[in-house]
Write a new protein. Sequence first.
Length: 326
Amino acid sequence: MASFLPPPPLYARADTPSHGRCLVASTPLTPGQIIYTETPLTFLQSRSNTTDCALCRHCSCFLPPTVAPTPCIHDCNTMYCSTSCRDTALSTHKFLCTGPIPDEEAAEHPLIKFKVHAMQTNEIFLAVGEIVVGILAEELGVNGEKEAATSASTSASTSVSLYATYFDFTSELWWDVVAGPIVNSSDPAGLMKGMEMENALKCMCEESVGFLKRHVEGVLEGEGRELPESCKDLLSRDTFARLIGTFEQNAIGVRLRNPVYETLTSGGDFGEGVRDAVFPDMLPKLKEAMKRREEMEGGCEDEECDEGSEGEDSEEEEVSAERSDC
């Protein structure tokens, strides 16, 4: 007789001193076995990867080279897969769009300074910026449907609830995550090095949030609005630091095989016979190029390593996303 009992779970929730809240295997797992699937809470494509692979800036799907992407309405070089994605992203993207900035103002513009600072220090600031302006856009209301002002009496509780989704992960201040273990060591030299690192990270966060805050306030002023009381805590050094700390403690690198490569190597929808007839010379060269790149990068180690897009993402559950250098 067939059993209708559900299969036992592959994992269980746990709380450990070393990893905090986490998932642990409750049954032996095999390499490559799918444990669970989730939609990323946030995703940032590595800057170094953008020249190799084009992604929609809203849904992160691949942008095929044979189809013209949908550009930002202000031509800031941000591309989307469709007008639907572009229009959906507009309420957030307007805070990070460089298109409307006149060339003569670019050098001193706070948004340009924010992005240059991120590229010169750590691109994780770009991900944090997108999270912060996304929360702000939601609070303001898409297309201005919600009043901007929130009473100061409710600002404290509302502010926390706005980014509760992101702080549901194991979350500590960036400098506590990175420099904390060094500062707490018994080695005097390590203590000094840790303190210097902590101060450097605090200064980086202070600079980054300062640039973004000036720009956001300028955008809202142009719309006849003010930054809601409930959102003022978002644009603070410690909020930036805690979001980065969240990435540090809940991060994995992501690599996906480009669908063009997948189609060429598998035959795709049109079958191997047609593929071999249409691309007789391209396939061997593509495979050789992919092999050389993997050798240069030193292999995949323990990651899901398929060539294509590289980036960071943060899942809605315990485990998730991001890059090794964040």
